[in-house]
Design a protein around this ligand. Sequence first.
Ligand SMILES: *Cc1c(COP(=O)(O)O)cnc(C)c1O
Length: 392
Amino acid sequence: MIGSLKLKDKSTFGENTRLVHLGREPDKYYGVVNPPISRSSTILYDSIEAYSDPKTEYRYGRLGTPITKQFEKAMSELEGGYGAIAAPSGQSAITTSLLAFLKAGDHVLIIDSLYPPVRYFCNNMLARYGIDVEYYSAHDDLAARLKPNTAVIYMESPGSATFEIQDVPAIVKLAKSKNIVTIIDNSWAGGYLYKPFDHGVDISLQSCSKYIGGHSDIIMGVSVARDKEHYKPLRAAANDLGVTAGPDDIYLALRGLRTMPLRFKQAQENTMAVLDGIKNHTAIERLFYPALPDDPNHALWKRDFKGANGVFSALIKSTSKDAVCEAVNSLKLIPVGSSWGGYESLLQPQYLEKYRSANPWENKGAMLRFHIGLEDPDDLITDLRCALDKLL
Ligand SMILES: *Cc1c(COP(=O)(O)O)cnc(C)c1O
């Protein structure tokens, strides 16, 4: 018996144990511990009957090779769902999932604090195809927003940049009473810190470019369906749209899964230390991080999440743009860049006045989103304090 062969039923084990074993079957690969990268467009058969058998697991590379299935199985297990589709980006996992459950004439409710590029997709493509797109803010009364043709409620919790936590169980309860499909962007939690299917959400998707990849190298996404009923349209949409992920990226995503809990733990610890080191700085008007006890979303975070990651935002007291640029540019350890979830610290300026409509953004100060990496927190604190002092 080799490796995971002994773990036929993994469900009785703790989650970190399962993360070591899921998505690999060494017995199928001569004992090789990691599933090999299978690069193949063509899958060969020795008979017409075998090729034409509807039960054939592999038919064509775009529909998945063995490593694709290993990853999709791993993600279904991690999230506690029925089936998954691997996508070439998080954005693609999102657009595929929305297209799977929407049609012309439908109404869709979209969280206002969503990942901004998805807003373009909704306002441009979905609207062009005759879908009525409406944004809601995290704590709105959704019952009042429902229409007879509401087909999907799309959540992202915590929201991008401001990290509002939605009351997912309450939203799902409402959606179920009206047969509305619920979709959530679970990137912040990596499918690990939060379990949408425990609360009845239908589709949980994420960008694997963030904490699953974890090393600032891959762009990839995944969408997991809670049950067969929701998996079928999701899989059909992926196949129809030609959505597929490359085997090399999938290999790195599977590798990232093994150490993700460690990285989350360290990210939370480092971020709390950094926040502690800068929270009383007078250049800061407000910090946004749900694990902070005085964050307005703290109670919901504590109720639903088992940890936090390394992303927070700081609203800088209103000051000149030039002064903020000078302060940011003076940072030695925290360069400007998109994304988060890698090993290195980063910051990204936020222009939320452009990306909020249900709940317009009226703050005048600069909003900076930070990702805290695996550096020594004391070094980051010294760097940040030095930059913030320039704003006084
Ligand atoms: C980055 C991100 C995405 C998009 O992921 P890509 O892999 O870059 O396409 C989607 N949702 C959230 C919350 C993100 O942060």
